[in-house]
Design a protein around this ligand. Sequence first.
Ligand SMILES: Cc1cc2nc3c(=O)[nH]c(=O)nc-3n(C[C@H](O)[C@H](O)[C@H](O)COP(=O)(O)OP(=O)(O)OC[C@H]3O[C@@H](n4cnc5c(N)ncnc54)[C@H](O)[C@@H]3O)c2cc1C
Length: 375
Amino acid sequence: MLQQKQADAAVIGAGIVGLATAYHLALQGRKVVVFERTGRALGASVRNFGLVWTIGQKPGTVYERALYGRSIWKEIAAQTGLACAETGSLHLAYHADEQAVIEEFAQTANVHCHLLTPAEAAQKSSAFKQGGLKAALWSPMEMTVNPREASAVIAAWLEKAKGVTFRFGTAVNGIQMPHIETREEKWKVDQVFVCSGADFETLYPRHFSAAPITKCKLQMLRTVPQPHNWQLGPALSTGLSLIHYASFAHCKTLAPLRARIEKDFPQYVQYGIHLLVSQNGAGELSIGDSHEYAPSVDPFDKEEINQLILQYLPNFLQVPTLQIQERWHGVYPKLTNGETDLVLEPEKGVTIVNGLGGAGMTLSFGLARDIVAKL
Ligand SMILES: Cc1cc2nc3c(=O)[nH]c(=O)nc-3n(C[C@H](O)[C@H](O)[C@H](O)COP(=O)(O)OP(=O)(O)OC[C@H]3O[C@@H](n4cnc5c(N)ncnc54)[C@H](O)[C@@H]3O)c2cc1C
């Protein structure tokens, strides 16, 4: 006999999207239960750089959501002790075409950033090669959290401080509104939020297959802790990222840069490789990443991709050690229509929240705030 339980809202998935949704529901005083299939979150939310990457976001609503998310991460860090470093970021320009893009961006984008000369950039970080640097784009807004810790810390905090109930190791295989049945319990709820990340197959598969969404596989590397408490400082990024992030898309100077990268780095374009380096609280550097899009993800990692990432590093990075201790891949859902989120109502009382692509750590809190406000 299943135990009968009741809540105002159920959230399926304890990745960052589910946690952000549970947080905003709890703020409204709702009784929330979160179901997570695995014993702890193991999806994209623990496999990323941990960057709250405001500078890469589309201007307008999306950028505002990023700033809001930043403020919530700071609040959570203050409440929980989660390491959250306000590192800022540097986009390094070693070519005239890269310099042209960051100059245009600094002049035209309505975001917190400005250009630095090579000497000024050197004041911010000793982790990049100074020889050949033409200019850098400095943004003070980016932050780094440790993704391996963040989901578990937030879940524990939501449970303790906000009264959210968690059911880890509990897959939800079907929803019959107003009920959700698991192996041991039957919950009656008013609202369900499906935050199932890259699992499009279990819940509402027909809605996912009809949506403009695919999966993106990313390969990542992590170094051993840097010695002697060496600090990276700002997260580092290069010209390859300028053609990756939507925020730079309006720059007229992007076309020649893209053309050069396509000519000189065809394999990087083929595998969607751009270079980001962040450092977590343990002193390790997270380095990545590649982007391979397909509805079914290849389980086998390509060593060729790892080598391409490693080969590019000496172009800009100088750090005490690049000894790699871990390699892994993550998968996130990616919208194919250029949008930044997928919010569907497959049946009354059920909301699918998905499609945040490579910006879930940055945008989940803002998106969840807006969805919950509309209820
Ligand atoms: C390598 C990599 C680097 C990235 N870097 C950054 C970054 O630096 N900054 C940034 O902002 N974003 C980054 N991202 C993107 C970000 O990680 C994702 O957008 C975000 O984690 C997506 O969160 P999610 O909750 O939708 O998915 P997930 O974290 O995958 O969570 C979904 C959860 O739902 C659970 N679930 C699914 N179905 C069920 C079910 N039926 N029943 C119960 N549980 C279920 C799964 O077990 C899983 O835990 C990166 C992503 C990757 C892969």
